[in-house]
Design a protein around this ligand. Structure first.
Ligand code: ATP
Length: 450
């Protein structure tokens, strides 16, 4: 993890937020390369789930909604985490995580009394100082704000803790303004905010983060089949962006572990350096949300089903993933330290589908015709691929820089290129070099980036 955090800062992926003021717990900023990587992940996610299929549409709803949304969804009452404090050093912990880390048991769904009992019976103490822990109590994770100049209960508002509810509240708008029919999905990517109190393990758990959520609406009688199909497609997403199979684990939640309205939930875990932890949750949320919003808004959130000629409340299958957590998973998944003839080589093996750059172009000579040729190649390739032009330092240093930021192909233009119209292309992972004709470069790269 130290290596990843250091690489992320050194190369401009992620910086500590407000660092010049001492930082802020669980808050991070994305640097120039991190911003590109994040955008690439989002764009590829949208391409994979909307363009490569025909049944999912997009939405971008507001972060601050009418507070009734959160009452209907149950967030005001139930969106809580169990807390326990150390009586000696006053450090605060999430009781569920503490129990999970100490005993390797999942306590999802247990009451505060049960968690207190587990802590007492197993003699779990403060990991920091060994002090006694308080009884477990719940606290709400939503950030509260006020609309307008006066802060009172009448103008309270919440920063959304998830993007999903904006999809449910727009259900009628979407079904009426587009030609969707069951089954169909709505995909939304956007910021969510949670008042997290535990140390975050870099960007794994942060106060604000981006979620990529899909609500896939289906006829209730088809929901088991739709779950399986979408789950299978969703698993392909991980292959698509190069996540290694051995880094992923699927954990189906038992009846007592999953939310009361969920018919089935599978959590997708990734092997982080601090253990296998949730990366994505994948649930059949039944018609719970649409019915709750119908009840609170007095609008029937139903769709007319052409087949049965009836209005129905669809069930919803929800894959929900944190973009920042996926970003971290991709850094970990791709990070390698190799030994090359006794020298250390740090490589970030990112898929070409998401790497900040796909091609780096290195002119070997900094002047004259060779430089003009390099510029021409760069100007042409940047219209088709994500390219970077780098003329700083020795060729070895340039390779090292690009290896560390995950650029799959580096092209070197040398004085000989002027004579034979060929350039050298070096592969990041194998370090093999090919000599390729300049007029065949696009074709060659297209083959590499299928
Ligand atoms: P956790 O148990 O880790 O707190 P959760 O079960 O509360 O997560 P969900 O509400 O299911 O998470 O949210 C869906 C996804 O959003 C998670 O799988 C995770 O990838 C991401 N996520 C949730 N909370 C955070 C956070 N504080 N920081 C970054 N990503 C988060």
């Amino acid at each position: 993890m130290e290596d990843i955090i250091s690489l992320a800062k050194r190369r401009g992926f992620v910086y500590p937020a407000s660092e010049i003021y001492g930082g802020l717990s669980n808050a991070w900023d994305y640097g120039p390369l991190g911003t590109i990587l994040k955008n690439n992940i989002k764009n590829e996610f949208i391409r994979f789930f909307t363009i490569l299929r025909d049944d999912i549409v997009l939405l971008d709803s507001a972060i601050i909604q009418n507070p009734l949304v959160w009452k209907a969804s149950g967030h005001i009452e139930h969106f809580t985490d169990p807390l326990t404090d150390c009586l000696s050093c006053k450090k605060r912990y999430r009781a569920d995580q503490l129990i999970e880390d100490t005993l390797s048991t999942n306590v999802e769904g247990l009451s505060t009394e049960d968690m207190t009992k587990i802590i007492e019976e197993n003699n779990i103490k403060c990991p920091e100082c060994g002090g006694k822990l308080t009884k477990v109590s719940f606290f709400n994770l939503m950030f509260v704000t006020h609309i307008g100049p006066i802060e009172d209960v009448t103008n309270i508002a919440f920063l959304r803790p998830e993007t999903a509810q904006g999809i449910f509240t727009n259900f009628l708008n979407i079904t009426k303004s587009t030609r969707v029919n069951l089954p169909f999905g709505v995909l939304q990517i956007g910021k969510a905010f949670r008042n997290e109190i535990t140390a975050g393990n870099f960007i794994f758990r942060t106060l604000e983060f981006e979620q990529m959520e899909i609500e896939y609406f289906v006829d209730p009688k088809d929901s088991d089949k739709a779950f399986e199909e979408l789950f299978e497609y969703n698993s392909r997403w991980y292959d698509h962006i190069g996540i290694k199979k051995e880094n992923i684990k699927y954990v189906e939640l038992s009846d007592t572990e999953r939310a009361h309205y969920s018919k089935k939930t599978i959590d997708i875990y990734f092997k982080f350096p601090f253990g296998f932890k949730e990366l994505q949750s994948f649930a059949n949320r039944s018609d719970y949300d649409l019915r709750k919003h119908s009840e609170y808004s007095s609008k029937d959130l139903v769709i007319f089903d052409e087949k049965s000629k009836k209005n129905i409340y669809p069930y919803v299958i929800e894959p929900s993933i944190g973009l920042d957590r996926l970003f971290l998973a991709l850094l970990i998944n791709g990070f390698c330290i190799e030994d090359v003839s006794g020298e250390e080589r740090i490589v970030l093996k990112l898929s070409h589908r998401i790497s900040p750059y796909q091609v780096a172009i290195f002119p070997l000579v900094g002047k004259g015709e060779s430089l003009n040729l390099s510029r021409r190649i760069y100007d042409d390739l940047k219209l088709k691929f994500r390219c970077i032009y780098d003329m700083g330092g020795s060729i070895g240093k340039r390779y090292r820089r690009q290896d560390e930021i995950g650029t799959p192909k580096c092209i070197t233009i040398d004085p000989k290129s002027l004579e034979d119209n060929m350039v050298t292309i070096r592969d990041r992972d194998t370090m093999k070099q090919d000599r390729v004709k300049i007029d065949k470069l696009s074709e060659y790269l297209n083959q590499c980036f299928i």
